[in-house]
Design a protein around this ligand. Structure first.
Ligand SMILES: [Mn+2]
Length: 327
């Protein structure tokens, strides 16, 4: 079977090789892959002798990434910008995804490394490495690392593994198409010193009991619509937005007869909507999210829309209802 990873464009590799330094940025509201790919990129660039600056808009809410918050700045300082560094944009499918931290560095030369399917390319020709079939941005970055001839050491491997493990739901989102290349890379990360058992515990332990109880509240709110094909769950405005959703989705997606789960987080005058569809449902929630101005992947996506929870519920139910009824 052909690799899911095409070769990297030499123009992108040259841009990294020739960079005076680099500003590394991933999407706002970062997840494990956004932060891990940033940290792996920093380590790879430092092996090439490049100075780097890590930017992220935050907030660092999830317990698995909170410990890295102090390594990231919200804005690049002018001294660093004046040396015309290369900007490395990770895990972002559209130019608005990096958030405010991107404003000051928009005019610098940039490369994009990403794995989202729906999106707007926002780098010059030959300056992107976007592999929608890749389970994580860190696995795309691993290809760039290899092409640059940077050796896999334990630090680099541990961040590359972290993004892969979190974005693949600890392997369970892998198909027979995406698994072989991914697990071969994971095997190399383990040979470099990564222990999957330890990483799993590090990423999951230490949650507050109140967060676990909030997760239960969100699960209790789940309501079936569209003859039980869709479950909608609600996160109320006062709930701390920690890393609740992964557990909620994992539980609710096991419900008999459902094709997708929608989680509506009340943010007052706007609603953050998360989508997950079952692998076998054939339902492309990335396309649904894109219709609402968001984005993501075929089976995991998100969008933010103005209005009340009720408005969001109706909009989402109508769109998915139309898709499921084939109209
Ligand atoms: Mn990702």
């Amino acid at each position: 079977m052909a690799s899911i990873f095409p070769p990297c464009d030499e123009r992108l590799l040259d841009a990294i090789r020739n960079a005076s330094g680099a500003i590394i940025i991933a999407h706002k509201n970062p997840d494990g892959d956004a932060i891990a790919s940033s940290l792996a990129a920093r380590a790879i660039l430092s092996r090439l002798g490049k100075k780097t600056l890590l930017l992220n808009d935050g907030p660092f809410l999830r317990s698995d990434i909170k410990r890295y918050e102090n390594l990231f700045m919200k804005e690049a300082d002018d001294d660093f910008i004046s040396a015309s560094p290369l900007v490395i944009v990770l895990d972002c499918s559209t130019p608005d995804r990096p958030g405010n931290a991107f404003d000051k560095i928009k005019n610098l030369k940039r490369v994009i490394i990403d794995h989202h399917s729906a999106g707007v390319p926002f780098a010059d020709e030959g300056m992107s490495y976007i592999v929608p079939e890749s389970p994580s941005t860190t696995l795309c970055l691993n290809q760039v690392r290899q092409a640059l001839g940077v050796e896999l050491d334990e630090e680099i491997a541990s961040f590359l593994y972290m993004g892969f493990a979190t974005d693949s739901g600890f392997y369970h989102f892998l198909s027979n198409r995406t698994a072989p290349d991914s697990l071969r890379a994971a095997a190399q990360f383990c040979e470099a010193g990564v222990s999957p058992y330890d990483v799993y515990d590090e990423l999951h332990d230490g949650r507050k009991l109140s967060d676990i109880k909030d997760m239960a509240k969100v699960i209790l709110s789940a309501k079936p619509v569209l003859s039980g094909q869709l479950l909608i769950a609600y996160q109320s405005i006062e709930m701390i937005d920690g890393k609740l959703s992964d557990g909620v989705y994992a539980s609710l997606l096991q419900t008999e007869g459902i094709k997708a789960v929608v989680l509506i987080k009340d943010k007052g005058d706007k609603q953050e909507i998360g989508f997950r569809s079952k692998h076998k449902s054939g339902l492309d929630v990335g396309a649904v999210a894109a219709m609402l101005g968001g984005g993501g992947h075929m089976h995991a996506a998100g969008a933010t829309i103005a209005g009340s929870t009720e408005d969001a519920e109706k909009t989402v139910t109508d769109i998915i209802g139309n898709i499921l009824s084939g109209s």
